[in-house]
Unconditional design. Structure first.
Length: 694
């Protein structure tokens, strides 16, 4: 569809309207000022025409707002009255279409709008003479509002002010004109932008050539001492470390220094593990002495409590002032921060004793990164699924300085990282937009980004404020914008685990479409797989060639009298390890199949699924076991293959051996298919975004 270009908008006149209101110390425009604004923006106020009557049947609501996290946003959808009638019946994005103005164009926004129920229902309600005007004028309106929102935005230094909110509760074409009803507009003064953070120093943070620690006790195992021990145990050279501890020569073989001022050279990384009330003065000292390029602030109590808000604000201001200096000053990670594990950097700075969280290498190539505002979220994920095994695990805590957007930008440009998982409680001001841009950069670079956004309810928002001093913002708006940018948004912790895991395991596989093949010797699994495909997957058709190949396998295994070929296929509990692999290979090699999920039937007496079996040569270590056969098939195929081991602890060894060999393995068929469905939809969407960005 051809999109109408907006007539030239007189921004000078609009600016005079806005600045005139602000000069009178009021942000809300008067009725007369609203009329003038609408006229310049190619719209007619409702009181200038006859009573609209039935013409309001095809009205839409338009809202420009200045979001703290994402800057200017545009929302277009059903009027408030129509939304009330449709409450609870429409999927997200059907009643209202939203976007971050900085990340969308008129054509992209109109495409999403025309796919929505809001547009279709209102267009259908228009009478025959209004339909053409409705479509033509909609193009002009959206383009004009995007132009206004883009110009009067926090990021445009040329604009003297910002639109805080422009609300048109009903906009409809009448007699060839766009007529606006119930319009209000608020504007605000521009505020100064913080100094640019020297985010290039993140590389020093993650790959330090020298590390200092302050707060390690010489006499007891406090957090600082645990961190020191973890640094040593992770293999970081003692001679490249120093402990700031007056009166001590060494602790655990690491030399001590009397003070920051006494350091002989600037550290790449300084880890601060002192009491919260000592942090504020120490930050000033770090900046004044130029002691470090990067700093990890471990302590909590930096903004989470009312008593610490003022001191934390002053600390953050000092950090920002340092960023305005010639070298940008140090960057700070935290506070309220678990720390960093950087396998490429050769260090572990968490304050969790290693005996509580073993971190064995589970992958030949660590190609993922995990960013988490909550350290506990991160260690819980790794404890439950060590096969995630990220190269980097970075806890952000309160984001006093380094933000989600900063870290994601770094990993988006890191050629060794393919998958990035992120747990977010809240974004700093405008960092949601920075983060969304980084998501888009990452997917355009061929990466996948999995996000869990916390604080989606009022109770959750309050909890986040007390946990990491985070304002959580509008969850649905955040979800919409990050999805549009290309992220996979998880709806639960379990789904985050599954998506991060499947994204890691299937990154190198070809996602050609959404056609699924399902194999199992347990009938309930084939039914469960078929039940779990909606709304993103379909069951692949069985071609004549594939049917013959599967029939030949069933005949050879003497299963043909028991089973018929279909998809999903129940190959019967009598099917052995080889039968599972042969059927899986037949589907995976068929041009009409995009992915295969295979139930591995651990309880079947025909399967070599036990670590120890009374029957000789019938355990998982036998060369004919599915545990030995399936990894070879998975490695050889570009088509994604997922195994399901639906059994109790007796079959943990089977599952672990498969996962150790790189087979994407789940413990239930519905979780496997649900994860594959979400991953497939997100991966295909990300690839479309990458193509659209050139």
């Amino acid at each position: 569809m051809t999109h109408q270009l907006p007539p030239t908008t007189d921004l000078d006149t609009i600016t005079s309207i806005f600045t005139g209101a602000l000069s009178e110390r009021r942000g809300t425009l008067s009725d007369e000022e609203v009329r003038r604004l609408l006229a310049v923006a190619h719209m007619t106020p409702g009181d200038a025409v006859a009573t609209p009557g039935s013409s309001l049947r095809c009205a839409l609501a338009f809202i420009i707002s200045n979001s703290r996290e994402f800057g200017m946003t545009l929302r277009v959808g059903l009027t408030a009255e129509a939304q009330a009638h449709a409450a609870g019946t429409l999927a997200v994005g059907q009643a209202v279409v939203s976007a971050a103005v900085a990340l969308t164009g008129a054509g992209q926004f109109l495409g999403a709008l025309r796919d929505s129920y809001a547009y279709r229902s209102q267009r259908a309600a228009a009478n025959n003479t209004d339909v053409g005007a409705f479509d033509e004028q909609l193009d002009v309106c959206v383009a004009t509002l995007l132009e206004l929102a883009s110009y009067y935005s926090p990021g445009n230094d040329a604009a003297p002010c910002v639109i805080e909110e422009l609300r048109i509760n009903a906009l409809t074409p009448i007699n060839g004109r766009l007529v606006a009803f119930e319009v209000s507009c608020r504007v605000g003064e521009k505020t100064g932008s913080p100094a640019a953070r020297p985010i290039e120093k993140i590389d020093r943070l993650l790959h330090p050539r020298s590390i200092g620690i302050i707060g390690a006790s010489a006499s007891k195992m406090n957090f600082g001492r645990i961190i020191l021990k973890n640094l040593i145990d992770s293999g970081y050279p003692r001679e490249q470390m120093i402990v700031i501890r007056p009166g001590e020569n060494e602790i655990d073989g690491v030399p001590c220094g009397a003070s920051l001022a006494a350091l002989e050279h600037k550290l790449d990384l300084l880890i601060v593990a002192v009491a919260a009330d000592a942090v504020f003065g120490l930050v000033d000292e770090i900046i004044a002495t130029g002691a470090a390029q990067s700093v990890i602030l471990i302590p909590g109590g930096l903004g989470e409590t009312q008593a610490s808000v003022a001191a934390t604000a002053a600390m953050n201001a000092s950090i920002n002032t340092a960023h305005a200096s010639a070298d940008g000053g140090p960057i700070f990670l935290g506070g309220n921060c678990l720390g960093v594990v950087s396998h490429p950097g050769g260090y572990d700075s968490w304050f969790i004793p290693r005996e509580r969280l073993p971190k064995p290498q589970k992958k030949q190539r660590r190609n993922s990164a995990l960013i988490s505002q909550s350290g506990a979220f991160m260690i819980s994920r790794i404890s439950k699924n060590p096969w995630l095994d990220p190269a980097y695990m970075t806890a952000l805590g309160n984001q006093s300085d380094i933000t989600h957007g900063d870290m994601l930008n770094y990993y988006a440009d890191n050629g060794d990282i393919d998958i990035i998982g992120v747990y977010v409680e809240g974004f700093n001001e405008l960092d949601g937009l920075n983060f969304a841009r980084a998501v888009r950069k990452a997917v355009c670079n061929g990466k996948q980004v999995v996000v869990y956004k916390a604080g989606r309810t009022a109770a959750g928002a309050i909890a986040a404020l007390g946990h990491t001093a985070s304002e959580t913002g509008d969850y649905q708006l955040c979800k919409t914008i990050l999805t549009q940018a290309g992220a996979m948004l998880a709806d639960s912790f379990s789904e985050f685990d599954d998506l991060f895991y499947i994204a890691d395991r299937l990154h190198g596989k070809v996602i050609g479409g959404n056609r699924l093949a399902a194999v199992s010797g347990a009938g309930f699994e084939t039914v469960g797989m078929a039940d779990s495909i909606a709304p993103f997957l379909t069951m692949a058709a069985v071609s004549d060639t594939l049917r013959q190949r599967l029939e030949d396998i069933l005949v050879a295994k003497r299963l043909d009298a028991l089973m018929e070929v279909r998809n999903p296929i129940d190959i019967n509990p009598g099917a052995d390890d080889e039968a599972h692999v042969l059927c899986t290979a037949a589907f995976a090699e068929d041009a009409e199949v995009d992915a295969v999920v295979v139930g591995l039937d651990p309880l079947s007496p025909a399967m070599r699924s036990l670590e120890q079996c009374a029957r000789p040569h019938f355990d998982i270590y036998d060369k004919n076991s599915i545990v030995q056969l399936l990894p070879k098939l998975v490695d050889a195929q570009d088509t994604p293959i997922i195994g399901v081991v639906d059994g109790g602890p007796l079959y943990d060894a089977m599952c672990e051996q498969l996962m150790d060999q790189g087979v994407c393995t789940f413990r239930s068929c519905e979780r496997a298919v649900a994860a594959l469905a979400r991953y497939t939809e997100s991966r295909l969407r990300a690839e479309r975004i990458a193509l659209s960005q050139g």
